[in-house]
Design a protein around this ligand. Structure first.
Ligand code: ASP
Ligand code: MG
Length: 421
């Protein structure tokens, strides 16, 4: 008997009707002879609505209380799905994250899973029941407080449970049929991919593809859990994410897709002395403040000789905090000005095929040139090229690259639901 973990996202659970449809699928999976563990996200846009509500009562709510609030979203969907499953006469039991043994760090709002002890879930499964687990939440052993795993964290819950329970596959259900060559909301002829290796999916997720949360893919790769991304609105078999980059035969390695990210800002620190240790000071300070930077560029300073300018990208929400920190450092270190720009976006081309295809960077940059898009920063890695462009140009840049590398399909991509929020 196979053990299947299924995770249903908010758009798959946005109404009572959808919850019943999901329950039907869960029951069918069980009746087909599988053991089934289900992880649910909150219904529809619940998490965003709870965040809005919190902001109305307190602009800076205590992090612990925020987690108490947000985890309620998953408990609602979780119990409703269990009720719907029970209505089919099937044995079912729901669990909160902490009941399911999801142990995390204590960092509210962005906790990491450090252990999963799914004893109760396993007992339920062994007793022939379908187990339903609330996603996105866990508990810290020291504080005994409830935590959340960061936005989109239910994917991580599902993969972590699948790893701990040795599941055969972790199915992630959302509102599209799988992983596409580009965001179908931007590129109308985006094509669904049948298979990707973990590294390709990691690069796509890290470059802004919202289909899977990055941490879940990191987890799946570390524990070798095959993930299948599919839709709760269709019977398409979706996209399988499994296997290592080095195991892809050269002739099968292709360019897989274009990812876009409009959530990053760019900061430039001008006039840093061009001597050993200065960049280290800058990046250590950011690391200590837990600011995750992405692309970095160091240039000869436009200000004076023997100075350099350092530019990097970071998530927009971290930008104000980062500017405060750098303004202080600038004073103490005697650096030049610190400037920022939120109106940037990143476009990335990802694929194992890049390793063996020469000239990809040339084609990439020509595609942007032909679309009249200026490149502000560019980096390449083994299987990815990323350019920072004006965010007004992002959609056009994405379409231009997608076209240039012939990634499109014949049928228009379908987006079944979701508000895109
Ligand atoms: N409901 C949470 C969120 O919207 C977790 C999830 O959807 O995975 O971020
Ligand atoms: Mg969500």
């Amino acid at each position: 008997m196979a053990l299947i973990v299924q995770k249903y996202g908010g758009s798959s659970l946005e109404s009572a009707e959808r919850i019943r449809a999901v329950a039907e699928r869960i029951v069918a999976t069980k009746k087909a002879g599988n053991d089934v563990v289900v992880v649910c996200s909150a219904m529809g846009d619940t998490t965003d609505e709870l965040l809005d509500l919190a902001a109305q009562v307190n602009p800076t709510p205590p992090a612990r209380e925020m987690d108490m609030l947000l985890t309620a979203g998953e408990r609602i969907s979780n119990s409703l799905v269990a009720m719907a499953v029970a209505s089919y006469g099937v044995d079912v039991q729901s669990f909160t994250g902490s009941q399911a043994g999801v142990i995390t760090t204590e960092r509210h709002g962005n906790a990491r899973i450090i252990d999963v002890t799914p004893g109760r879930v396993q007992e339920a499964v062994d007793a022939g029941k379908i187990a339903i687990v609330a996603g996105f939440q866990g508990v810290n052993r020291d504080t005994r407080d409830i935590t959340t795993l960061g936005r989109g964290g239910s994917d991580t819950t599902a993969v972590a449970l699948a790893a701990a329970m040795n599941a055969d596959e972790c199915e992630i259900y959302s509102d599209v049929d799988g992983v596409y060559t580009a965001d179908p909301r931007i590129v109308s002829d985006a094509r669904k991919l049948d298979k990707l290796c973990f590294e390709e999916m990691l690069e796509l997720a890290a470059s802004g593809s919202k289909i899977l949360v990055l941490r879940s893919v990191e987890y799946a790769r570390a524990f070798n859990v095959p993930m299948r991304v599919r839709s709760s609105y269709s019977n398409d078999t979706g996209t399988l994410v499994a296997g290592a980059l080095e195991d892809i035969p050269m002739e099968e390695a292709v360019l897989s897709g274009v990812a876009t990210d409009d959530t990053e800002a760019k900061i430039t620190v001008l006039g840093i002395p061009d001597t050993p240790g200065e960049a280290a000071k800058l990046f250590r300070a950011l690391a200590d403040a837990e600011i995750n930077i992405d692309m970095v560029l160091q240039n000869i300073s436009t200000l004076e000789e023997k100075k350099t300018d350092i530019t990097f990208t970071l998530p927009i929400p971290d930008r104000p905090r980062c500017m405060d920190l750098l303004s202080k450092l600038k004073e103490s270190e005697g650096w030049g000005d610190v400037i920022y720009n939120d109106d940037v976006g990143k476009v990335s081309l990802v694929g194992a095929g890049m390793k063996s295809h020469p000239g990809v960077t040339a084609d990439f940059t020509e595609a942007l040139r032909d679309a009249g898009v200026n490149i502000e920063m560019i980096t390449t890695s083994e299987i990815r090229i990323t350019a920072v462009v004006r965010d007004a140009d992002l959609a056009e840049a994405t379409r231009a690259i997608h076209d240039r590398f012939d990634l499109g399909g014949d049928e228009p991509a379908v987006v079944y639901a979701g508000t895109g929020r």
